[in-house]
Design a protein around this ligand. Structure first.
Ligand code: PEP
Ligand code: MN
Length: 281
C-alpha cells in the first residue's frame, strides 16, 4: 500500500535547487495565513537572517467556521511572489482546496516570472478529496505536500498519495500533523510523530512533521519547555525529513492560528535547536 507506484523510480527528488529524500532535512517556516505585505516581509527578512529559503504561506484557508478569515486567495499572490523573489525564497508551501486554485497559482507564478518555487499542500480536510488529489497528481510542475487525514488510517492516507503518484506526480512529501481522538486530548491533536519511521519503511516518501497543528498552542509546560519546540524535536529524533512550522511577527494580530504561532525572536533558536537535535541523532 502506498508504495507500488512510488517504488518504481529512485528515491527522492530535486526541485528548484532543493533535494528532498528520506535522508535530507528542510524547515518550512512562515505564516499560517498570508495577511499583510508588512508581515510577510518581516517573516522573509527574519528567514533571510538565518539563511532559511523554504517557507509556508497559507493563501487559501479551509476554515472550520464559515465566518473566519478564508485567506486572501489569488489577489495576494503577485505581492507574495515579489517578496519571495526579493528575499531569495526557493520554495513556498501553500495549500490548495480546489482544482482552480492550482490554475490561479500557476498563472500568477508565471506572470510574476517564477521568482520562487511552489509546493502544493493538500490539507488534512482534503485528505480523501480524490478529484483534488488527481488534479495535483496530474500537474507535474510543483511537488506536493500531503497532510495525513486527521481521522483516517495510515493505509487510507497512503492510498491517497497513490492517487497523486498514479497520475504522474511522484514528487510527494508525506506530512504527519496529529490525529483527532475522542479522549479529550490536552493538545489540539494527538501528536503522531512516532509514525515517521512507519511511513519511511512503508514508502519512499520523505516525511514531514507539523508540530504547530499537532500541539496547537504556544505553551510552556513544566521547566519552561516550549511544547512546539519539544514536539518538533520528537519528530526530528524519529527521523523527519522536513518540519512545517508557523511563525508570526505579531501573533496577537494573526488572522488565523495566532495562539500557536511562534514569534520571530524564536526563529533562530528553533533552527539551532532542530539542527542540534538532528546532529545528535
Ligand atoms: C495548514 O498547514 O495550514 C493547515 C491548515 O494544516 P492541516 O490541514 O494539517 O490542518
Ligand atoms: Mn495554521
Amino acid at each position: 500500500i502506498g508504495r507500488h507506484t512510488m517504488d518504481q523510480e529512485g528515491i527522492g527528488f530535486k526541485y528548484n535547487g532543493l533535494y528532498f529524500s528520506q535522508d535530507t532535512f528542510h524547515i518550512f517556516a512562515g505564516l499560517c495565513a498570508v495577511d499583510t505585505p508588512e508581515h510577510v516581509e518581516m517573516m522573509f527578512a527574519a528567514m533571510k537572517e538565518v539563511g532559511l529559503e523554504t517557507a509556508r504561506m497559507g493563501v487559501y484557508k479551509p476554515r472550520t467556521n464559515p465566518y473566519s478569515f478564508q485567506g486572501h486567495g489569488r489577489k495576494c499572490l503577485p505581492w507574495l511572489f515579489e517578496l519571495a523573489g526579493k528575499y531569495g525564497i526557493r520554495c513556498i508551501a501553500m495549500e490548495v482546496c480546489k482544482e482552480s486554485h492550482i490554475d490561479e497559482i500557476f498563472e500568477e507564478w508565471e506572470r510574476a516570472g517564477r521568482p520562487t518555487g511552489i509546493m502544493l499542500q493538500i490539507g488534512t480536510r482534503n485528505a480523501q478529496n480524490f478529484e483534488l488529489l488527481k488534479a495535483v497528481g496530474s500537474q507535474t510542475e510543483f511537488p506536493v505536500l500531503y497532510k495525513r487525514g486527521m481521522g483516517i488510517t495510515i493505509e487510507e492516507s497512503l492510498n491517497a498519495c497513490e492517487y497523486i503518484a498514479s497520475e504522474g506526480n511522484r514528487n510527494i512529501i508525506f506530512c504527519l500533523r496529529g490525529v483527532k481522538t475522542n479522549l479529550g486530548d490536552p493538545h489540539r491533536n494527538l501528536v503522531d510523530f512516532a509514525h515517521v519511521p512507519v511511513i519511511k519503511s512503508q514508502t519512499r516518501l520523505p516525511v514531514c512533521v507539523d508540530p504547530t497543528h499537532s500541539v496547537g498552542r504556544r505553551y510552556f509546560g513544566p521547566d519552561g519547555i516550549q511544547e512546539i519546540f519539544h514536539a518538533a524535536a520528537q519528530g526530528v529524533i524519529a527521523g523527519a525529513n522536513m518540519i512545517l512550522v508557523e511563525f508570526h511577527p505579531r501573533p496577537e494580530k494573526a488572522l488565523c492560528d495566532g495562539p500557536q504561532a511562534l514569534t520571530l525572536e524564536e526563529l533562530p533558536h528553533f533552527i539551532e535547536d532542530m539542527n542540534i537535535v538532528r546532529e545528535a541523532y
